[in-house]
Write a protein that binds this ligand. Structure first.
Ligand SMILES: [Zn+2]
Length: 413
C-alpha cells in the first residue's frame, strides 16, 4: 500500500485540532476542549518512520510517526495518542528517569509507571487512549508520584517488559535512546532544552488561564510544579553562598585548599591555634536597565544577612557594579546600599574579570544578573561562582554556564 504523506500530515493536524477543541463535530467522539495544549502540539518536530508501530517521542521532543498507522486510524484515536505522548514531554519523564537512574533493564517498569501517571492526568479530559492502564488498574494509589509508582511496580518487571515490546513510547518517556531515533544533531532539528522549558511554562500559564484557577486534577498539580516551585529562592541562595564559603574556608565536607584538615581535629574538637582564614568574597551586580530593582534589593539583602552571619563583614567584600563596564567599590559592609545604577546592556565577562583582578583575589564570587549577558568561556580556577538569576514570576530564565551554582530568584506575582 502506498501512503500519501500529505494525507497523513493532514490527519495529524486534524488530530491536534481535535485535541484542542477546534473543528468540533458533534457525537460520541466530539472534540476535546484542551486549547492550552495547542502551542506544544504544534511545536513537535515530526519524523515519519516505518520503524515505530504507532507513534513515539524522543527526549528532544521529536515525534516519530508510522504513516500507515495514522492513515488507518480515526482522528480521535490519533489525537489521544498524541496527547498521551505530549504529556511524557510536558512532565519531563525522560529527565526524571535519568535522575532516578532508570536504565535499559528497568525502562519498561518506568514507562508503565509513567503511562499510569499520564492516564490519571488525562482521564478526566476523555483523552486517555484505551490501551493506557491507569494507576487504579495497576493497584497503585491515585495520588502517587511517578517515582512512587516506579518503585511499587518493580516486582512486576517481567510482565511489564512484555507490555513494553507492544507499546513503546520512545526515549521521551524513559530517557533511553532507541535505534529508530535520530541523533540530536541529525535530520529534523530537535527542540533545545531551553525551548522545551519555555514551552512547558507557556502551556502551564495557558492551562491556568483556561481553567480559571480550578486547582483540581493532575494537570493543575503539574502546572503548579512548573509555575510555583515550592522552595523559596531566598533559602536556596543562602545555601548556595554558604556552601561556597564553607568549601573554600575548609569548614565544609570538601575542600580543595586544605585536603587533610581532619588530621588537626582531635575527637571533634578544634585544637588551639587553629587558624581559620576568612574567605574573600566579591559581589558582582548587573546594574543594566533590564534588572528588576526591587528584586535585586531583596537578593542583595539576603547576601548582606549572610555576610553578617558568616563574619565576612570585618574585612568587607568587594562590590562590582557592571553594565558594559565595571565599577569597583572595595571594603563594602553592606552591598545593598552600595550598588550604583547603570544603564544599557551587560557583559558579565567584564564583571567577573574585574572581580578576579582584585588583590587579594576573591575565592567566592556571587553574581546578580537577569542572565542576558555573555559569560566567560572557562571556569575561573580556584573560585566558586554563585549566580543569582533575577526574573519575573513565570518567566523562563536564560541558560548559565555549567560551572556556576545557579539559583533562580523570582519576583512575586
Ligand atoms: Zn506512554
Amino acid at each position: 500500500m502506498t501512503i500519501d504523506h500529505s494525507a497523513v500530515s493532514a490527519t495529524l493536524t486534524a488530530a491536534k485540532l481535535w485535541v484542542i477543541g477546534v473543528n468540533a463535530t458533534p457525537g460520541k467522539d466530539s472534540a476535546r476542549n484542551q486549547p492550552y495544549l495547542a502551542v506544544a502540539l504544534f511545536s513537535l518536530p515530526t519524523v515519519f518512520s516505518d520503524q515505530v508501530r504507532r507513534m513515539t517521542v524522543d527526549r528532544h521532543w521529536r515525534l516519530y510517526v508510522n504513516p500507515e498507522w495514522v492513515a488507518a486510524k480515526p482522528v480521535p484515536v490519533v489525537g489521544r495518542e498524541l496527547a498521551h505522548l505530549l504529556w511524557h514531554l510536558l512532565a519531563d519523564h525522560s529527565g526524571r528517569a535519568a535522575s532516578v537512574g532508570v536504565s535499559q533493564p528497568t525502562s519498561a517498569v518506568w514507562t508503565a509507571a509513567a503511562d499510569a501517571a499520564i492516564a490519571d492526568v488525562i482521564d478526566v479530559t476523555g483523552l486517555r487512549p484505551r490501551r493506557l492502564t491507569d494507576a487504579n488498574k495497576l493497584g497503585l494509589p491515585y495520588d502517587g508520584t511517578l517515582e512512587e509508582h516506579f518503585a511499587a511496580l518493580m516486582p512486576r518487571r517481567e510482565a511489564l517488559e512484555l507490555r513494553a515490546r507492544k507499546f513503546d513510547c520512545g526515549s521521551g518517556a524513559d530517557g533511553i535512546d532507541r535505534d529508530h531515533e535520530l541523533a540530536p544533531d541529525a535530520g529534523t532539528p530537535p527542540l533545545s532544552r531551553l525551548a522545551a522549558s519555555a514551552l512547558r511554562r507557556q502551556v502551564a500559564i495557558e492551562f491556568r488561564t483556561h481553567s480559571r484557577g480550578d486547582g483540581r486534577g493532575g494537570a493543575a498539580r503539574w502546572a503548579t510544579t512548573i509555575l510555583d516551585p515550592t522552595t523559596a529562592w531566598e533559602s536556596l541562595l543562602a545555601n548556595a553562598v554558604r556552601r561556597a564559603v564553607t568549601t573554600v574556608s575548609g569548614r565544609g565536607d570538601y575542600t580543595y585548599r586544605r585536603p587533610s584538615r581532619r588530621s588537626t581535629i582531635a575527637q571533634g574538637v578544634i585544637l588551639p591555634g587553629q587558624h581559620r582564614p576568612v574567605p574573600q568574597l566579591a559581589v558582582v551586580v548587573d546594574t543594566s536597565a533590564s534588572v528588576n530593582d526591587t528584586l535585586l534589593g531583596r537578593a542583595l539583602g539576603e547576601v548582606d544577612s549572610l555576610i553578617m552571619s558568616l563574619g565576612l563583614g570585618e574585612p568587607g567584600v568587594t562590590l562590582i557594579s557592571v553594565d558594559t563596564v565595571a565599577h569597583v567599590t572595595r571594603r563594602v559592609r553592606r552591598v545593598r546600599d552600595a550598588a550604583v545604577a547603570g544603564a544599557g546592556g551587560t557583559d558579565m565577562r567584564v564583571g567577573i574579570g574585574a572581580a578576579l583582578e582584585q588583590k587579594p583575589r576573591p575565592e567566592v564570587v556571587v553574581v546578580f544578573t537577569d542572565g542576558y549577558t555573555p559569560w566567560p568561556d572557562a571556569p575561573p580556577s580556584g573560585v566558586s561562582v554563585v549566580v543569582a538569576l533575577l526574573g519575573a514570576h513565570g518567566q523562563s530564565l536564560p541558560p548559565t554556564p555549567d560551572w556556576v551554582s545557579r539559583v533562580e530568584c523570582r519576583a512575586d506575582r
